[in-house]
Ligand binder design. Structure first.
Ligand code: ADP
Length: 484
């Protein structure tokens, strides 16, 4: 049992049209703690019928919601933000239990997640139109922006709260209702958000959370003509499928998909800072973020020094149950994730890579894995082309700037990229040459609510967070004012 200050935050039902409900056939999914293998509880196993009900409820709630003032919506979002922060300890405990990340990271995510409600609540008041020059003297050209309508969101398990608020914040701020399907592995964080939504005064039907069968819920969300927009964060493979399913009804899509982030250390870098950035970018959330450094390119002259220092820094990481004090790396989300890391290591070793740290399952069992570093990695290995999504840092060696840019861009992905250099000319050249939606220069941490998050190439469409994040939930209307 979780020792929550407010046990009512851990509910085992879906939240549809302001009501707590079970699946029509009463079936459930069991949610387990990856650190212990123990059951935390169950959530309803819903499908298309319940999803349609949630979409209909959102559609019924839309006219009243879009007619609220920006300030009214802003105050509700503000209240929701405050409630998240007031309940941060409990929300973090729930998150660590279902997801595995260390408690301080979970608390950090709760604050980050809440910040999207605060930010978009403020931005609600800044949805602005435009007046353009008219070519006709008796008419005026006015541009307004309106809420797109009923939205649906499908979110992943690696950030069980923030990936929801980053979509729900702008949707609600814009005047749209939204139905959310959280990942089956981490539904309790989403449900806790619904408990707080109710307390914050979010009207019935404006925000629903539906748990259950991802395929049938996803199919209903993408094919139902009432839904005008689908926002998805997850794998490129599922993103592609949702895009195809959305094509017949021409839905607007936001897709935040996989990455394969390069992390480049040039000869002129501050090596200690680069090591610190690599630890933050690579091992945070046990390497399970779409912006985690996936390929570390280190220039010849500093390769050995960087490798030695990274090995020393990795030795300080503490693997364990995220609920225990001092732990910096929790378990991976599930067995499948461990198998992928093992495959990447075995493939690299068979092609000549050298293991310089970790490499094995952790003695704690379950899905715990040792923080790992591979040296002498090259482009022929799986780690060069696939996202590992685990605590494995592969070190590639390079000689020139041109060579490393070509290597970094040699991927169908383009989400985040990082590099360390103190040469101002190089900083601009490389930042401009990298094919990615986001670039961290001399830092391994880039996400915040004010910056636009998103990718290019097959990493996705649209931007979340920032003043641009509202655009995905708005449509433009041109009004030609005649008779003047
Ligand atoms: P990950 O590798 O992060 O698990 P997925 O893309 O498999 O990435 O999962 C992200 C989200 O997409 C989860 O909520 C999952 O349930 C959902 N999902 C997976 N398959 C489908 C599908 N066929 N249709 C709709 N949603 C899906």
């Amino acid at each position: 049992m979780l020792n929550l200050k407010d046990p009512s935050l851990l509910r085992q039902q879906s939240y549809i049209n302001g009501e707590w409900c079970d699946a029509d056939d009463a079936s459930t999914i069991t949610v387990t703690n990856p650190a212990t293998g123990e059951s935390i509880g169950t959530v309803p196993h819903m499908g298309a019928v319940e999803t349609k009900r949630a979409i209909d409820a959102a559609n019924a709630a839309w006219p009243a919601w879009r007619k609220t003032t920006a300030k009214e919506r802003s105050l509700i979002l503000r209240k929701w933000n405050d409630l998240m922060l007031e309940n941060a300890d409990d929300l973090a405990l729930i998150m660590t239990a279902e997801q595995g990340k260390p408690l301080p990271e979970a608390k950090g995510e709760v604050a980050y997640a809440a910040s999207f409600f605060e930010w978009f609540g403020e931005q609600a008041k800044r949805i602005e139109g435009d007046t353009l020059q008219s070519p006709w003297l008796d008419r005026r050209t006015v541009v307004t922006r309106e809420p797109i309508g009923v939205c649906a969101a499908i979110t992943p398990w690696n950030f069980p709260a923030a990936m929801i608020t980053r979509k729900v914040g702008p949707a609600l701020a814009a005047g749209c209702p939204i139905v959310v399907k959280p990942a089956e592995l981490t539904p309790f964080s989403a449900i806790a958000l619904a408990v707080l939504a109710e307390r914050a005064g979010v009207p019935k039907g404006v925000f629903s959370v539906i748990t259950g069968d991802s395929k049938s819920i996803g199919l209903e969300m993408t094919s139902n003509p009432i839904v005008r927009k689908v926002s998805f964060t997850g794998s490129t493979q599922v993103g592609r499928l949702l895009m195809a399913q959305s094509a017949p009804t021409i839905k607007k899509l936001s897709l935040e998909l996989g990455g394969n982030a390069p992390f480049i250390v040039f000869d002129d870098a501050d090596i200690d800072a680069a090591v610190e950035g690599a630890i933050a970018s690579k091992y945070r959330n046990a390497g399970q973020t779409c912006v985690c450094a996936n390929r570390l390119y280190v220039q010849d002259g500093v390769y050995d020094q960087f490798a030695d220092k990274l090995v020393a820094a990795v030795a300080k990481l503490k693997v364990g149950n995220g609920q225990q004090a001092g732990v910096t790396q929790g378990p991976l989300i599930e067995e499948k994730a461990v198998v992928k890391v093992e495959q990447h290591i075995a493939d690299a070793l068979s092609k000549g890579a050298r293991l310089i740290a970790g490499g094995k399952r952790h003695a704690l069992g379950h899905s715990f894995f040792q923080p790992t570093i591979l040296a002498d990695v090259d482009a022929s290995m799986l780690v060069a082309t696939e996202e590992t999504f685990g605590p494995l840092a592969p070190l590639f060696r390079f000689k020139t700037e041109a060579e490393v840019i070509a290597m970094a861009n040699d991927t169908e992905f383009g989400l985040a990229a990082y590099f360390y250099s103190r040469d101002i000319g190089r900083v601009w050249r490389v930042a401009e040459a990298l094919e990615s939606g986001m670039v961290g220069v001399n830092t391994g941490l880039i996400s915040n609510e004010i910056a636009p998050f998103g990718g290019v190439k097959q990493s996705g469409l649209g931007r979340e967070g920032s003043k641009y994040g509202m655009d995905d939930y708005l449509v433009m209307k041109y009004i030609c004012m005649g008779g003047i």
